[in-house]
Unconditional design. Structure first.
Length: 426
């Protein structure tokens, strides 16, 4: 089977690594890919948002399946475009059509979906410039901290959590006045949920589903979960506080009504659902949906999956996922993200990375890298995710940190406390 994987980050490197292990795979193309994905297939300079070019590539390279990694191409309708072209209409795509992708593309849409299908989530109000007074009144009914979310995609930066009411009202105005561009034309005000977060991943063909290994990621740049939000500084799987009883609640209260809700709303959906959850005293509440795998969570989920991923994708395409089971390793996987100095604010690109050949006992998944004249250079804020399996969290982390010490580039930085907050649950 010839497969086109769309994306260029650590998530796509992890997917490419896993898919390359399948006997069902003949050729893997990654568009545009990075220096790490090039180890598992052929990188192609293809713009995922140029739908004509994507369809032409599918035809010219006898592609049998398309797997879409990031959210933006899905929200922009790459799946719909492939369906609409008579040359490619029968090529299966792993990743929802634009209507299903609204679960991530619009916070307001997602909240309305949850309310409609009785899926536990925080109270909320959608606000535009037309009902800002109502928004301020709603804010004043809530207790601090206050949560403001830009409705649209804002590259992971459109969520503000504030403790001061006056500052929150000011930020609400700022968001509606373009702080996050068009993404903030509508702002969702949410009640703050107190608890501890985790990510649950589902693969679905639209009627059946498989629950993949759960993970916990670390968003803040600084140790002790301080400083600015990032795309993710590390992750751990499994999550020790997500035991059998809790995950049964997740499945019954959230996964089943989500998949049933999509079907009942006539929203076709083939692909991943990433459910961002809050564990509030043992009860799960949905913070957000994403319509793809997480990053860096993919870098700890894929190493724990023992099943053939391409075979599972094939079952999604053929609507028989219900006949499949997923084999998951009992080992713990941890990943630590190595980032460029200055990230998530201004940072340099183009610095040479050395020591990758010394990595042993871990997998260095490339996120923001590129290959130039045989050298691996930095090409983003989040540069590498070093993932390791171990019999427990500490063993996995010790491998990752040992290998991080061997890899170097100018002003590199990583957090040294990934997973520390989980010790109390072990």
């Amino acid at each position: 089977m010839n497969i086109l994987l769309i994306g260029s980050g650590g998530r796509e490197n992890a997917l490419a690594w896993k898919m390359s292990q399948s006997d069902k795979l003949s050729k893997l193309f990654i568009a545009p890919g990075n220096a790490g994905t090039a180890n598992f297939g052929t990188n192609v300079p293809l713009n995922p948002n140029d739908h004509t070019a994507v369809c032409n590539f599918i035809v010219d390279n006898n592609i049998d399946m398309v797997v879409v990694g990031p959210e933006e191409p899905l929200v922009k309708g790459v799946h719909d475009a492939i369906l609409a072209d008579e040359r490619t209409a029968k090529i299966p795509v792993i990743g929802p059509q634009a209507e299903g992708a609204k679960l991530e593309g619009s916070k307001e849409y997602a909240k309305a979906f949850m309310m409609r299908h009785n899926i536990p989530t925080a109270r909320y109000l959608s606000v535009t410039k037309d009902n800002i007074a109502e928004g301020v009144a709603f804010l004043r009914t809530l207790k601090a901290p206050y949560v403001l979310k830009a409705d649209g995609l804002a590259a992971g930066k459109g969520v503000l959590i504030l403790n001061d009411l006056a500052e929150t009202e000011k930020e609400l105005q700022s968001m509606l006045n373009g702080k996050f561009g068009d993404a903030g034309n509508t702002v969702v005000i949410e009640e703050y949920l107190s608890g501890i977060e985790l990510s649950v991943f589902v693969l679905t063909d639209g009627k059946s589903y498989l629950i993949l290994p759960e993970a916990k990621d670390y968003k803040r740049i600084g140790e002790g979960d301080t400083g600015l939000n990032t795309g993710g500084m590390g992750a751990v799987s499994p999550v020790p506080f997500a035991g059998e009883e809790f995950m049964k609640k997740v499945e019954e209260r959230i996964v089943v009504p989500t998949v049933d809700g999509l079907r009942n709303d006539n929203i076709p959906y083939k692909g991943f659902i990433f459910i961002g959850l809050m564990n509030c005293d043992g009860d799960p509440y949905v913070i957000e949906y994403n319509v793809r795998m997480g990053d860096p969570e993919t870098e700890v989920v894929m190493p724990r999956i023992e099943s053939d991923l391409v075979e599972l994708f094939e079952a999604v395409a053929n609507n028989n996922l219900g006949s499949k089971k997923i084999a998951v390793s009992k080992q713990t996987c941890c990943t630590v993200m190595m980032v460029a100095g200055g990230y998530p604010e201004a940072y340099e690109k183009g610095n040479e990375i050395t020591g990758l050949d010394k990595v042993n006992g871990s997998i260095a998944f490339h996120a923001g890298t590129k290959l130039v004249d045989g050298k691996v250079l930095t090409n983003g804020g989040r540069v590498l995710a070093v993932s390791s399996l171990g019999s427990n969290k500490d063993e996995a982390l010790s491998k990752s940190y040992a290998n991080l010490g061997l890899v170097k580039f100018k002003d590199c930085y990583f957090r040294r406390d990934i997973g520390k907050d989980l010790d109390k649950y072990l």
